[in-house]
Write a protein that binds this ligand. Structure first.
Ligand code: PHE
Length: 335
């Protein structure tokens, strides 16, 4: 009687394959596999089979049952896979979204400063964070007893090198490797033994500027920094120079921008002065040129250095420098 099982197998497999959805498949399953279904009915007919053939018949029916079960499961999985929306997908649920990354405000300002000076013909240079005393102090004409050399202020390594306390050593490195004319900006990290508070961090960023050529004057410095100020803050911004002292420039100045908030009248941001300090600058000291093998009779230059966090704080109204470093994305995502 094996042909009976084969007949049922054929129709059953066809019906399973043709079941168009889960409900149709369920109906086929009931018809075939339930307690009073077609497979069970076939098993009932075991009694009609001559005793000698019963083992073979029972085996054939069991195999049929197993195969149909597998076919039902496969068809069910296939139907679930390409189920149309409705059951499987709720199109009204809000979509999953990925938070977009963005650049840190400090990185953005570095890029912006570099872009502005690139328009003035500057290129971007870099130097190492770990410096020699020669590059960080000696070649920059820093006196032996200058307070910034003190281990209270500067981080020294066991081998006598140090973590640079400003980006000015890049002036030295660049001039050692490139004869003038030289026009670079050099952004980078700096390190000082400062106790962290709202305006100090032991690790911060500067951008150094250096322009050395046969004819470079204080007027170039002022014109270029004014262009920079207007590009960064807007056309209304003015700058002023205040006399200052740095070992590596002579004359030296501190550079202020007129306050972008009050326009110079005085407000909370500029502490009522109308001006905001932005950079140190000056004409490169002849001793610095000599230290890098550059003839001070043939070349002069200007240099400046500004704090990036300071600019970020002024530009974005950041009241505490530490907010820039806590890496709280809720805060940083505002910029
Ligand atoms: N290196 C100085 C500082 O860290 C800034 C500066 C750079 C001043 C270049 C003059 C010229 O304060």
């Amino acid at each position: 009687m094996p042909d009976v099982t084969e007949t049922l197998r054929e129709t059953a497999l066809r019906d399973i394959a043709e079941a168009a959805d889960a409900a149709a498949l369920d109906a086929v399953r009931l018809r075939l596999m339930s307690r009073k279904g077609e497979v069970a009915a076939l098993m009932q007919r075991l009694r009609e089979v001559p005793p000698g053939e019963r083992p073979a018949f029972g085996k054939a029916v069991n195999e049929l049952k197993r195969d149909l079960q597998a076919a039902l499961e496969a068809r069910q999985a296939a139907l679930a896979d390409d189920a149309p929306s409705g059951e499987a997908i709720d199109a009204t649920l809000p979509g999953a979204w990925r938070r977009l990354g963005r650049r840190h405000p400090v990185s953005r300002i570095i890029a912006e400063v570099a872009a502005i000076f690139r328009r003035l013909g500057f290129t971007v240079a870099e130097g190492p964070d770990i410096e020699t005393v020669r590059h960080n102090f000696d070649a920059l004409n820093t006196p032996e007893d200058h307070p910034s050399r003190d281990p209270q202020d500067t981080f020294y390594l066991a081998n006598g090198d140090l973590l640079r306390c400003h980006t000015s050593p890049v002036q030295v490195r660049y001039l050692e490797a490139h004869p003038p004319p030289v026009r670079i900006v050099a952004p980078g990290r700096c390190y000082r033994r400062d106790t962290a508070d709202a305006t100090h961090s032991a690790n911060f960023h500067q951008v150094e500027g250096l322009y050395v050529d046969a004819e470079v004057s204080m007027a170039d410095l002022k014109g270029d920094l004014h262009y920079f100020a207007r590009s960064l803050m807007g056309p209304e911004v003015g700058i002023r120079f205040r006399p200052h002292y740095f070992p590596f420039t002579e004359p030296s100045v501190e550079v202020d921008f007129s306050c972008h908030v009050c326009g110079g009248g005085g407000c909370r941001v500029c502490k009522q002065s109308g001006w905001i300090e932005i950079a140190g600058a000056g004409m490169v000291h002849p001793n610095v040129l000599r230290a890098v093998g550059c003839d001070p009779e043939a070349f002069r230059g200007y240099a400046f250095g500004m704090g990036i966090e300071r600019i970020a704080m002024i530009l974005h109204g950041v009241e505490d420098i530490r907010w820039l470093y806590e890496n709280d994305l809720r805060y940083l995502a505002q910029f």
